[in-house]
Design a protein around this ligand. Structure first.
Ligand code: ADP
Length: 482
């Protein structure tokens, strides 16, 4: 045929190894590439048998050989080909029957380079994992050891504070104390991060009082919120059972991270916490949290990097606000360990909303009929994001009146029970609710707040009564309204 020479040229030049063999396993033809890669002269190759070249794969017995050939015709098989010097390399093999000449055509692609590369990558990954493990272990040990001297300094400063009278010296000691606290929280962040990275972090599930936990979280931040004159409101779904089972400490940590960021990056306006229950099935409860602020906001581009470790939106932030850039990376991992998700919605200059879900267990198990998916998570976000916190802030309007009554009732109960932290928190929310009222009213609430801060029962009750009268005078009796 006119182009026969072309076929043999292609067969010789192709990078695949080409072998033609018969039913007995004798090689009838080998192309140039096969001869070169197997290190045989071309004519010597045709004196070899298939079970010699494929000594691991092709069986020696005639029956076994042909069964194996037929089985291998189904697709691509990975095999080893042996060179004349007995070394071998990996190939991907395809076999086709050539019925006209009672033979089989074998095409083999050398994959040893690719396999070596994969092996090398695996080795490098293993090595990197080992290095990371060693680094994380080192970091965990060092940071753990650092806690002891920081505690030591703090203990001695506290002792000195009791002895020293001089105001300037007291102030210096206070600064040292707050530096110790900062250092302690950085150490804790680094320690948590190292533990999370090395997979040594475990969630410790125990029964806890959800309402009490939320009160504690809010109380932790109320002093800074007051100092910065921000409005803080908290909205917790009343359907959430109080008795839950989960890692209270880590849930607190997540909320504290988000709240302290919200407060840190907000100079005017509000910080708002919303907690809803989105799902309750048998003993499982899915809670949904939102922490909103009217602070500096985060641009879309910056939001992408937010949950990565050591990421701060820009270097000037570190100088202005401090921080390690680990908080959100830890938060994200903790949320995921509680089978949840975390998201951010934000606009530069307009504030941010961080929302996350977690799954906890409820002590009260519901039967199938009572179990329900309450709200779709994304619908919940949409619904809540559309709400304006300021809506509650217009003194005397329907929603504000309702909220005010609720808080005032809780406040009197807290004063009666001597729950001063809670009372202080409630007083601070009441203050924000009557913010658009007149100056006299505002002074009234401040006086009440002072009495509560001093844990003075009589004065607090007296001021509570006066505030109640003042509110009634302005917007009518909320307690006996029709
Ligand atoms: P850090 O410990 O440094 O605060 P985080 O991981 O908690 O680290 O936060 C990373 C960065 O994300 C912060 O430095 C800040 O730039 C940005 N950020 C986080 N929360 C907010 C927020 N509520 N408003 C504006 N920027 C925020």
């Amino acid at each position: 045929m006119e182009f026969e020479w072309l076929n043999s040229r292609i067969a010789d030049e192709t990078i695949e190894l080409v072998l033609l063999f018969n039913e007995e396993g004798s090689i009838l033809y080998g192309n140039q590439t096969a001869a070169a890669r197997l290190e045989y002269d071309k004519d010597k190759l045709t004196k070899c048998s298939m079970s010699q070249i494929f000594r691991q794969d092709f069986p020696n017995s005639p029956d076994g050989f042909i069964t194996f050939v037929k089985k291998s015709m189904k697709g691509v098989s990975e095999m080893a080909m042996y060179r004349s010097n007995n070394s071998c390399f990996s190939v991907n093999v395809r076999i086709f029957p050539e019925d006209e000449i009672d033979a089989y055509l074998l095409l083999a692609e050398d994959i040893s380079a690719q396999k070596n590369m994969n092996m090398r990558i695996r080795e490098l990954k293993e090595k990197e994992k080992e290095n990371n493990r060693a680094r994380n272990e080192f970091t965990a040990n060092v940071t753990h050891e650092l806690r002891t001297p920081v505690n030591g300094i703090k203990g001695h400063v506290l002792e000195l504070l009791e002895e020293i009278e001089e105001p300037d010296q007291k102030k210096t000691l206070d600064i040292i104390l707050s530096c110790c606290d900062n250092m302690y929280s950085i150490i804790n962040d680094v320690l948590d991060f190292a533990k999370l990275e090395s997979g040594k972090f475990v969630i410790d599930e125990k029964p806890f009082d959800f309402q009490e936990m939320m009160d504690k979280v809010i109380a932790t931040h109320s002093a800074v919120v007051n100092k910065k004159e921000l409005r803080m409101s908290v909205d917790i779904d009343e359907k959430i059972p109080r008795a839950l089972i989960g890692d209270e400490l880590r849930l607190t940590q997540i909320l504290n991270n988000l709240l302290s960021n919200a407060i840190k990056f907000t100079t005017v306006g509000f910080v708002n916490v919303v907690v809803g229950m989105t799902r309750r099935v048998n003993d499982e409860v899915e809670l949904f949290f939102m922490v909103r602020d009217s602070g500096i906001g985060i641009s879309e581009k910056e939001q992408d990097r937010l949950f990565q470790s050591f990421s701060q939106v820009d270097a000037s932030i570190t100088r202005r606000f401090g921080g390690t850039g680990l908080g959100l990376a830890i938060t994200k991992q903790l949320v995921e360990m509680m089978h949840g998700d975390i998201h951010v919605e934000s606009e530069k200059g307009k504030g941010s909303t961080f929302s996350f879900s977690v799954k906890l267990k409820s002590e009260q198990v519901l039967d199938d009929k009572q179990s329900q998916v309450l709200v779709n998570w994304s619908e919940y976000v949409k619904e809540e994001s559309g709400q304006n916190v300021d809506r509650l802030m217009h003194f005397g309007e329907a929603e504000n009146r309702e909220e005010l009554k609720k808080r005032m009732d809780k406040l009197v109960l807290s004063i009666e029970m001597g729950a001063w932290d809670k009372a202080e928190l409630l007083a601070s929310t009441i203050k924000t609710l009557i913010e658009s009222g007149d100056d006299d009213l505002k002074r009234q609430v401040l006086r009440m707040e002072m009495a509560i801060r001093k844990s003075n029962y009589d004065k607090s009750m007296d001021m509570y009564g006066r505030l109640k009268d003042a509110i009634t005078e302005r917007i009518g009796d909320l307690w006996n309204a029709e």
